[in-house]
Design a protein around this ligand. Structure first.
Ligand SMILES: Cc1cc2nc3c(=O)[nH]c(=O)nc-3n(C[C@H](O)[C@H](O)[C@H](O)COP(=O)(O)OP(=O)(O)OC[C@H]3O[C@@H](n4cnc5c(N)ncnc54)[C@H](O)[C@@H]3O)c2cc1C
Ligand code: SF4
Ligand code: SF4
Length: 435
């Protein structure tokens, strides 16, 4: 059942008989640029473009027919967001945190992976273990583009060394699912390591395409505070007077926890700023609009979700390598146990809902705010995603009435002023002419 109870006279909701067009999804701020619609419609019909705002967005090259749009609306993580099916069977079912089989603080067993990885290298270690143990043939994730290292590309890794190359957080745009249909067409077992919204998209597709459950053996997510615009990364370049075509490396973090944002140029110069310097000014985070209404940034639909675990409330220059590891499904539990048994993962200690809520207090605030934000958007007449099984109303009840009203009114007013939307998708460098 959808939790966003709004009539279609109030706001347009994705509906099979009257699906949103790609432009409507984008311009209403619902697109996160995963690329799945391009994979469904085909590269001849939909292109992914880098917009002037620094977002990867789909651009329909011709008018898409209704059946294609209906399919896109059914799978797009901007229009359809379903929660985990296993809530009732989980060892622990928390209103905010969702299903939990086990929650620990831990990290990769291998010191190189621990160091190179974003936090403690848990996701990289799991990806490598899945390959080395023969459980999957390849891992679908992302990595820095070799040609343009500030950009991020989807990556298929067939061995442990390649998985390690993709370690680290890529904060800018990342179209993980841009050719997902081709990946399914390979007919080989694989694992997906990605953002929660990427996994939402793939779980949506699984309802329409049996190949997803047949071939995708594991879905692993990181807990996600939001994807920033490429423009955010470009501001770092401006700080050092650099051009993108000079770059040989653009690493957001990793090589330590959190490690430095490090830039290297082709002519051998290197520049670094700390994680705190990168994110010190919240007004300049440039987080994409879809992230501000994200009802599942904590990876409830993954088999395992992995977070940062900065025990002192935030990162110092160099923290111990560590992750929060939320095992969410029985399949994830079996994988986690086998990885620990093989020494691929090390457990520091058990954790719990109280501790993860403290370490990730921004995620708790967000889960409690989303229901009211979506209500506010709907009241402003904007389309909202169809959301099910994510306990949004129950999370909102943990807020006071005054807090909910403030969130709802704030979103309504921002939506009315167009602040939750986006300009039409167009490639950078497009010259607009008067008609
Ligand atoms: C945009 C973004 C926002 C984040 N916000 C939070 C937060 O609010 N709270 C929190 O606890 N943690 C957040 N993280 C996650 C955190 O930075 C670590 O990635 C996470 O803790 C896993 O650490 P790890 O050492 O296991 O990762 P690693 O072992 O380094 O593995 C990371 C894996 O994630 C994949 N990946 C990286 N970036 C992307 C991307 N943009 N899209 C798809 N896949 C990607 C890589 O390909 C790699 O396989 C965020 C990460 C990103 C990219
Ligand atoms: S979120 Fe993904 S599927 Fe939806 S419109 Fe954007 S790129 Fe396409
Ligand atoms: S906050 Fe949500 S929508 Fe934004 S990148 Fe993260 S998972 Fe995706």
């Amino acid at each position: 059942m959808g939790l966003i109870e709004t009539s279609r006279s109030q706001a347009k909701m994705p509906h099979p008989a009257d699906p949103l067009t790609l432009s409507e999804i984008v311009e209403n701020g619902l697109c996160i640029g995963c690329g799945l619609c391009r994979s469904i419609a085909g590269p001849g019909d939909v292109d992914m473009v880098m917009t002037p705002e620094g977002r990867e967005r789909p651009l329909a090259l011709r008018a898409l027919d209704k059946p294609t749009l209906a399919k896109i609306n059914a799978v797009c993580p901007g229009t359809r967001i379903a929660g985990p099916p296993q809530m009732n069977e989980a060892a622990l079912a928390d209103t905010v945190w969702g299903p939990v089989e086990r929650l620990v603080l831990g990290r990769a067993g291998d010191p190189t992976v621990r160091f190179v990885g974003s936090g403690g290298g848990t996701l990289t270690a799991l990806g490598q273990f899945l390959l080395n143990s023969g459980r999957v043939k390849f891992v679908l994730h992302v990595a820095a583009s070799r040609a343009m290292p500030m950009r991020t590309e989807r990556r298929l890794s067939f061995d442990a060394a390649f998985v390690l190359e993709g370690a680290g957080s890529r904060y800018g745009p990342a179209a993980t699912l841009v050719d997902f249909n081709d990946i399914l067409h390979r007919g080989e077992p694989f694992a997906l390591i990605a953002k929660p919204c990427d996994i939402t998209a793939v779980r949506n597709l699984a309802r329409l395409d049996p190949r997803v459950d047949e071939h995708m053996r594991y879905a692993l997510a990181f807990v996600c505070g939001g994807a920033s615009d490429l423009t955010k990364s470009e501001q770092v370049l401006q700080r050092f007077g650099l051009r993108e075509d000079e770059l040989a490396l653009f690493r957001y973090r990793g090589h330590g926890n959190p490690g430095l944002n490090r830039i290297e140029t082709r002519d051998g110069r290197a520049f670094e700023i700390s994680y705190r310097q990168l994110w010190e000014d919240e007004d300049k985070w440039m987080i994409q609009p879809r992230c501000k209404i994200c009802p599942d940034a904590i990876g409830q639909v993954a088999d395992i979700a992995v977070s940062d675990a900065w025990l002192n409330g935030g990162p110092a220059l160099e923290d111990e390598p560590l992750n929060g590891i939320i095992v969410r499904t029985k399949r994830g539990q079996e994988l986690f146990d086998a990885a620990v048994e093989a020494g691929v993962l090390g457990i520091k200690r058990e954790s719990g809902i109280a501790e993860i809520s403290e370490l990730q207090s921004h995620q708790v605030r967000k889960r409690r705010a989303i229901w009211a934000r979506l209500k506010g958007m709907a009241i402003a007449g904007k389309p909202v995603p169809f959301i099910s099984d994510l306990a949004l109303r129950e999370c909102a009840v943990q807020n006071s009435l005054a807090e909910n009203l403030a969130e709802g009114r704030g979103a309504r007013d921002r939506a009315r002023r167009g602040r939750l939307g986006e300009p039409p998708a167009m490639p950078r460098g497009t010259v607009l002419r008067d008609p």
